[in-house]
Design a protein around this ligand. Sequence first.
Ligand code: PLP
Length: 382
Amino acid sequence: MTDAPIPFGKPMLDRPVFDAVNEVLESGILVHGQVTPAFEEAFAARIGAKHAVAVSSCTAGLHLVLFVNGVGPGDRVAVPAMTHVATAHVVELQGAEPVFVDVDPATGNMDADLLAAVDGPLKAVMPVHYLGLPCAMDAINEAAAAKGAFVLEDCALAVDAVYGTKKAGTLGLAGAFSFYPVKHMTSIEGGMVTTDDEELATQLRKRRAFGYNRMLGERARPGIYDVDALGFNYRMSEVEAAVGLKQLDQLDGFMAARAKNAETLHAALSEIDGVTAFPLEHGPARSSFYCLNAVLPRDGSVDRDKVVDGLKARGIGSSIHYPGPVPLFTYYSEKYGYRRGDFPVAEWLADQTISLPVGPHLGEEGAGRIADAFRAAYDDAR
Ligand SMILES: Cc1ncc(COP(=O)(O)O)c(C=O)c1O
C-alpha cells in the first residue's frame, strides 16, 4: 500500500464545526448575530489583547487599520520586501507609497537596521512575522517611534507566536491575523484585528460596516441610521465566526502538533549539507510554526524546481514564501522602477526557499516521511 499524499496545508474540520455551522444556518441569523462577538472575545483573550475586531480577511484588517489611521496620499509606509503582496497592496490602495525594506537573512524578517536607516518620514511601519517567527520588535518599535510612525503587525502567519512575554498582535498599535483555510486555524475566509486601543477598536467596528452610526442591534426603529463617516463592508459572517470559534477550542492541539512536526523536520534538515532550516526561535521570538522553510545554497547550485518536483513525485506538497520580493512583482517594479539586485536577501529567499508542511494533518508519521522525501529529492537535484 502506498502512503497517502501529504498536502502543504489542510483545514482540520470535524463534526463540532459542521454542527456549529448548521446551527447558524438554521437560526437564519447569518450576519450581525452573537457568534461574531463571542469569537472576538475568545480570540482577544487567547492573544492577550484588550480588543479583537473580526473582519472578512487579514487584508481587509490591514487595510482598515491604515484607513482609520488616516494613511493617504503623500504618506510613506515601511513594509518588508519579502512578504505576501497584501501587505504592500493595502498601502497602495490608500494612495500612499510602500517603502520596501530588505530582510534579515537569519530570519526573513524586516531588517531593523535597514528600517532605522530609511531616509525621510514614515507614517506607519508594517512588520510581517515571516512564517510565524516574530520580528525584532524592540528594535522595530524604536525605529518606528524615532520616525513618528505607528506600528501595524501583519500577523497573517503568526497566531500564538511569542515575543518575550507577549504574543504577536500585541506588540504594536494593532495586529491583523488571517483565517484563510490553510492557516493555523480557519474561519473559511476571515481575519481579526487585535489592539489595546479602545478608540481604534470602536472606529474599526464602525468602519468595517459602512460607517453606520448605529449597528443593527442599536437601532430604535428598524432600518433607521445615519452615516457620519466613510466605511467598507469588511464584516465577518456568523457562519465564518462559528467555524473560527470552534477552531479556537482545538487550537492547543493544533499548535502542539505543529511544534512537534516543526522540531522533527528542523532537526532532520539541519543535518543536510548546504541546507539551512529557518529558525524556530530567535532571541526572545518563538515561532508559531506556520511551515518550515528549507533554504537552499545561496550560490544557486541546487535546482529548486527539481527539489520541488522530487517532493511532489514522493507525494509531499510544498509551497514557496513568497514567489518574488514584492517590489519586483511587475506592478511595483513598473510603478517604482525597482530592479533585481535592489533587495538581495529577499531575492535569495524568493529563489531558494521551499516551505514544507508542519500542520496537524501530518499525523504521527508525516514529519519523518517529509524529511526522508526531502533528503532524497535534494540528493537527486544536486
Ligand atoms: C504575510 C501575509 N499577509 C497577508 C496575507 C493575506 O491574508 P488574507 O488571505 O486573510 O487576506 C497573507 C496570506 O497568506 C500573508 O501571508
